[in-house]
Ligand binder design. Structure first.
Ligand SMILES: [Zn+2]
Length: 136
C-alpha cells in the first residue's frame, strides 16, 4: 500500500495542475470519465475537470477534480458558463443591479367615444382679433 499523500490544493486558480496530481486523479477514478462514465482509452485526450466549475464557486483542489474525455469536457465547460451567466442574471434582477428593460405595460385608459364631426364650412366665420380690425 502506498503512503498517504496530502491533498493538492492550488494556491490560486491560475496554478497548473501538476502531472503527478493528474495521475492521482486518473488512478483514483480508475481512468473513467466522470461525465459519460466510459473508460478513457490509452492515448485518448483527457482533462482533469473541476466537478464544480471554478466560475461556479468550485475549489482548485484535488478532491474537486475528476478525469473527463476532452470532447466531454468541452460540452460541460460551455454548460458551466451558461449556468454561471443565468445565475448572475437572476441574482442581478433579484438584488436590483440589473434593471428591467421595459416597464410593465398597463391596459391604458378606456377609449373615449368619438366626438361628432363638425362641418367647418357650415359654421359662421370667426370674428377677427382686435389688432387685425384696427389694421383695416
Ligand atoms: Zn467522457
Amino acid at each position: 500500500m502506498s503512503r498517504p499523500v496530502p491533498e493538492w490544493i492550488g494556491k490560486h486558480h491560475g496554478v497548473n495542475i501538476p502531472p503527478r496530481v493528474r495521475q492521482r486523479v486518473y488512478d483514483r477514478d480508475n481512468g473513467v470519465c466522470h461525465l459519460c462514465k466510459m473508460a478513457i482509452k490509452s492515448g485518448e485526450t483527457w482533462h482533469a475537470d473541476h466537478v464544480i466549475a471554478l466560475i461556479n464557486g468550485g475549489e482548485h483542489r484535488e478532491t474537486n477534480l475528476a478525469p473527463a474525455h476532452g470532447h466531454c469536457h468541452v460540452g460541460k465547460s460551455a454548460r458551466d458558463v451558461k449556468e454561471k451567466a443565468k445565475v448572475a442574471k437572476i441574482r442581478g434582477k433579484h438584488i436590483g443591479s440589473i434593471r428591467p428593460k421595459q416597464s410593465i405595460k398597463s391596459a391604458g385608459f378606456p377609449a373615449s367615444p368619438k366626438s361628432p364631426r363638425i362641418d367647418k364650412a357650415a359654421l359662421p366665420p370667426l370674428p377677427l382679433p382686435p389688432l387685425m380690425r384696427l389694421a383695416r
